[in-house]
Design a protein around this ligand. Structure first.
Ligand code: F6R
Length: 612
């Protein structure tokens, strides 16, 4: 949700800002803009993508060594030039970029208007920059930094901001509450960004800001304090991300690259967590809290979107194998519905980005109510990773495609490890079965690879369905969340309406949709529900639906019933969710490409949902 970039140093700032915005474009692409201070302030911004901004400035003087930039995912005010960031205060004393939402902007704006302030845009951000100028103009004793802190103390809501005071020329001020901000530490230079990816071409030394932090940065160093003016300490973290991870390489899209990375990612996620003799699972990040997990009255898994689908897989796995009651909740519902929580509950938050606003708020609420809160996160250093009491990192690497793919399979890998470990420690599984299922997981990367090798067949099938307007996805048991995830992938990148359903529920409503135009994707790999799902396939066939089935290799029973087949290798059901989602990811990808959709940056979406 909006990307922020900033730089102060010796180098020409423009290429740093533009390349940074390109890397951050996955966070929003409604408009883009930059501000450069070089004696005087220059602000360039326009509706559209970073490439539109480049065109917009091509004949302009863009020299300077201090600047800020922004790529927008619109919340307040439609995507247009006026609402694009950076926003300048009425008298031009401050310029600011913002990620987040100022919730009390209406009251603040009314007060500012009474004080003579006039506004150019419909954004909450312009209110904030004018509020800063309002405090600044109160007297000489108030410098830029103090004005910013005074303004922030009046703000309700979330922000990650980078601000330049045009009167204090060699300084950049940044602050965060609720929206992520990272400072990259170079030699006599500092980089600001919403995440580390635009910074790593220059430095791996990062400072992750905490909520309420304000950093005052000049070329000689930085001072960190709180909004209340209390000095704060910072740690410099070395990140291990490589430039290769943030480039597409030979792939047409990041999404395709990330789909193809999955064999490696899954292995990375279990590697080091399974002993070399394959006899034991070790989850270091849960060591201290494991007794709590084992004695939990119930485990509540929370997340949003794809992470919520992974949570559903986790529910089936943990209840089936470890026999611990599990509930799964949308973080956005859980946080507001005043759930009954006790200190015997363990909440596990799943999040790729580690910054999703609803998940973060749900974590805080659960903690305040006495629950033990753990995380399954991808981004090291993210807010959710830092605010949970323990957890497991997925090792998916940076995910840039807006539609989550490798993060999902990595999350499910972690949940499989967790379910197996709980089952073993809970004495619900023999050592023999435990080792046998660990081996199933170890075999997954090679099986995923073999599915990926069939991508041309999946592409061919996708081309048949590119003109569809609706699709129904069905699954049962562990494969029901896979159906949900398959449908989500299709709708978010190809804009086709797709619904995921528990196959047994079909006859209670969705069957009315079935006719000879409707593609029905049935996840029908061999497991305990197989005969039931075959009955559902018959029901669809009887109504002339076009059936595309994900089946186990060698299963010829369905050939005459279905129009198209995607085969996955024979496996124990515990790992079928990871295998079955792969053809569905590719199917959505190829449909979206053939419909001419922007796969990596689908309309209206953003990668990291830091607003509620
Ligand atoms: C779908 C997708 C979203 C995210 C959701 C949660 O492809 O990417 O549905 O899964 O916004 O994001 P995280 O996992 O970062 O909390």
């Amino acid at each position: 949700m909006c990307g922020i970039i900033g730089y102060i140093g010796q180098e020409n700032v423009y290429p740093i800002l533009i390349q940074g915005l390109q890397r951050l474009e996955y966070r929003g692409y409604d408009s883009a803009g930059i501000a450069i201070l070089n004696g005087s302030l220059k602000v360039f911004k326009c509706k559209g993508r970073v490439s539109d901004l480049e065109q917009h400035v091509k004949d302009e003087d863009i020299s300077g060594t201090i600047g800020i930039g922004h790529t927008r995912w619109a919340t307040h005010g439609e995507p247009n030039d006026r609402n694009a960031h950076p926003h300048t205060s009425m008298n031009g004393k401050f310029v600011l970029v913002h990620n987040g939402i100022i919730e009390n902007h209406t009251e603040l704006k009314t007060d500012l208007m009474k004080n003579g302030f006039r506004f150019q845009s419909e954004t909450d951000t312009e209110v904030l920059v004018n509020l800063i100028e309002y405090f600044y103009s109160k007297g000489e004793a108030i410098d830029g930094e103090m004005a910013i802190r005074l303004a922030l103390s009046k703000v309700v809501g979330a922000y990650g901001i980078a601000v330049i005071c045009t009167k204090e020329k060699d300084q950049l001020i940044v602050a965060r509450k609720g929206s992520p901000l990272v400072i990259g530490v170079g030699e006599g230079s500092y980089f600001i960004a919403s995440d580390a990816s635009p910074i790593i071409p220059y430095t791996r030394n990062m400072i992750y800001l905490n909520d309420n932090d304000v950093a005052i940065i000049n070329r000689q160093g930085l001072i960190l304090k709180t909004v209340e003016n209390i000095p704060a300490v910072f740690n410099i973290t070395k990140v291990s991300m490589t430039i290769g991870e943030i480039e597409k390489g030979d792939f047409d899209h990041f999404m395709l690259k990330e789909i193809f990375e999955q064999p490696k990612i899954i292995e990375e996620t279990f590697r080091g967590r399974i002993t070399s003799d394959h006899s034991t699972i070790i989850l270091g990040g849960l060591m201290d809290v494991f007794p709590k997990l084992l004695s939990a009255q119930r485990i509540i898994i929370i997340g949003c979107g794809t992470s919520w689908h992974a949570a559903l897989v986790g529910e089936y796995l943990i209840e089936t194998y470890a026999r611990i009651p599990v509930e799964v909740e949308y973080a956005s519902e859980f946080r507001y519905r005043n759930p009954i929580l006790t200190n015997t509950d363990v909440v596990i938050a799943i999040s790729q980005s580690g910054e999703t606003a609803d998940t973060l708020a749900a974590i805080r609420m659960a903690k305040a109510n006495g629950a033990t809160v753990l995380g399954i996160c991808n981004v090291v250093g993210s807010t959710i990773a830092r605010e949970t009491e323990g957890g497991v990192f997925t090792h998916a690497g940076i995910e840039i495609g807006v539609a989550s793919t490798k993060a999902f399979t990595a999350q499910v890998t972690v949940l499989t490890l967790l379910a197996l470990k709980l089952a073993k420690e809970n004495e619900k599984m023999t050592q023999e079965t435990y080792q046998c299922l660990i081996q199933e997981l170890i075999n997954v990367p090679a099986k995923v690879q073999s599915i990926l090798q069939k991508h041309l067949h999946i592409k061919e099938v996708a081309s048949k369905y590119k003109k569809a307007t609706n699709a129904l996805y069905l699954g049962r048991g562990l494969l029901f969340p896979v159906a949900l995830e398959g449908a989500l992938k299709l709708k978010e990148i190809s804009y086709l309406h797709a619904e995921g359903y528990a196959a047994g529920e079909m006859k209670h409503g969705p069957i009315a949709l079935v006719d000879d135009n409707l593609p029905v994707v049935v996840v029908a790999a061999r497991d305990d529900y197989y005969t039931k799902i075959v009955s559902n396939i018959h029901e669809v066939k009887a109504r002339k639906g076009n059936i595309i089935a994900v089946v186990t290799e060698g299963d010829n029973n369905l050939n005459s019933l279905v129009n198209d087949l995607f085969e996955i290798p024979e496996s124990h059901p515990i790992v079928t969710p990871i295998l079955a989602i792969i053809p569905l990811q590719l199917f959505s990808y190829y449909i979206a490409v053939s419909r001419g959709c922007n796969v990596d940056q689908p309309r209206n979406l953003a990668k990291s949902v830091t607003v509620e």
